[in-house]
Ligand binder design. Structure first.
Ligand SMILES: CC(C)(COP(=O)(O)OP(=O)(O)OC[C@H]1O[C@@H](n2cnc3c(N)ncnc32)[C@H](O)[C@@H]1OP(=O)(O)O)[C@@H](O)C(=O)NCCC(=O)NCCS
Length: 384
């Protein structure tokens, strides 16, 4: 296998995009390529993620993005893995580059949802759960994650302030991130007074619906030669899956796909959790950040809440988690989320995360989950 690097990464501001998904995707892709020091003609393959393009009446968006980049002859394909779509696309780019099938690949994730109302968007999203057992019976993602939160709370009782501390931290980080949808801090009082969405999850426990686009350029070390940015060396690119139907899982105290993806990733990288400087994890709901910390192997089961309350995961804490603001506050434009986690790591490594820098940036981990954990990606990066 060849060593593969991330040499460019770009994102727009999440929230509401004035342009179409295709236009936004092309714009961020061009920005990521420009930043990498390559030219569009150097791209050998484009991997696109766009779960809900059909709501814009636009499928098969890859060739259109490539056309906009002036490389219509370059192959493309759309990768779908629910909320972990663009990390799955990154994995495919890694496989192609590391395997020698192409020297440079483009990963683009894009979603436009702001033309849908909450009910419609919730219904579309729920299709990523198990239709026969969950969606058909009225399950939605806030409801499914509330079920997980209730199971966890039963095993490890916690005050509302525990989940609140995750929301407050991530909002504080997003307030310093120009790519974030919610650039505002919240207080515990605001959190506790916010409406209940699906008990115990309140408004500020939930990620929002977001438009957004993010792009990443992956290239072989020997192809880049003179990098113009500080590359992220991809030390591990691991994916895993697990039983989607929650009623068939042995327990609901975490997401099994995160555990198996993390085991693979740490083995691939030859590293241990204590060697990771900071994390971007999948906090679609605050409870999911606790699961991630425990399933990835950073903290024992039942202890992540205390770590959050004690500030361990703050930007200046022992283990900074989601310096971008996470899905909770940066936003969650489904197919763009995995790529945008890499954008944050790239900006931290390159001194571009002004005002939200973490203390150490030698290594980082990105964790991206599909739905309630039917799929999961874990990527580990380091400096050269
Ligand atoms: C939580 C949720 C139900 C709120 O939707 P809603 O009640 O229709 O809220 P609205 O869109 O009407 O927004 C009302 C206000 O709350 C804000 N808001 C909406 N969602 C928010 C969120 N998740 N966090 C913080 N603020 C939020 C809006 O910006 C708006 O603020 P304003 O009045 O200052 O403009 C919706 O965001 C949701 O379902 N999120 C989860 C999405 C999801 O399941 N994703 C997949 C994860 S696996």
């Amino acid at each position: 296998m060849r060593e593969a690097w991330v040499i460019g990464a770009a994102s727009n501001r999440f929230g509401k995009m004035p342009e179409t998904g295709r236009e936004a995707a092309t714009r961020v892709a061009l920005e990521a390529i420009r930043q990498s020091g390559l030219e569009p003609k150097d791209i050998g393959y484009t991997f696109v993620s766009n779960c809900f393009g059909l709501t814009e009446k636009q499928g098969h968006v890859g060739p259109l993005i490539n056309g906009g980049l002036g490389i219509p002859e370059v192959p493309s394909c759309t990768i779908e893995s629910a909320c972990s779509s663009s990390s799955a696309a990154l994995h495919e780019a890694f496989v192609h580059v590391a395997g020698g099938f192409t020297d440079a690949a483009l990963v683009v994730g894009v979603e436009k949802l702001s033309h849908l109302d909450t009910l419609t968007a919730t219904s579309y999203f729920a299709e990523a759960a198990d239709y026969a057992f969950e969606t058909k019976n009225g399950a939605t993602f806030p409801g499914l994650y509330a079920t997980l939160a209730n199971a966890y709370q039963k095993a490890y009782p916690m005050a509302p302030e525990v989940l609140g501390s995750v929301a407050i931290k991530n909002h504080a980080n997003a307030a310093r991130n120009p790519h974030a949808q919610f650039q505002k801090e919240i207080s515990m009082d605001t959190y506790l007074r916010s409406p209940m969405i699906a008990s115990p999850l309140r408004l500020y426990d939930c990620c929002p619906f977001s438009d957004g686009a993010a792009a990443v350029v992956v290239a072989a070390k020997e192809f880049v030669r003179h990098p113009v940015t500080e590359p992220l060396v991809i030390r591990a690119s691991a994916r895993s899956g697990s039983i989607t139907e929650m009623q068939d899982r042995p327990d609901l105290l975490g997401l099994p796909a995160t555990r198996t993806a993390a085991e693979k990733a740490f083995r691939q990288a030859g590293m241990e959790p204590k060697e990771i400087d900071f994390l971007e994890v999948h906090d679609c709901f605050t409870i999911a950040e606790l699961f991630a910390l425990e399933d990835l192997g950073f903290l024992p089961r039942g202890t992540a809440g205390r770590a959050e309350v004690e500030g361990v995961t703050a930007r200046d804490g022992k283990l900074p988690v989601n310096p971008s603001g996470g899905l909770k506050a940066k936003g969650h434009p489904v197919s763009a989320t995995g790529a945008s986690q890499v954008v944050e790591i790239f900006e931290q490594f390159n001194g571009l995360a002004k005002g939200r820098e973490v203390p150490r940036t030698e290594t980082a981990l990105a964790h991206n989950v599909g739905a309630t954990g039917g799929s999961c990606s874990v990527h580990i990066f380091s400096r050269r």
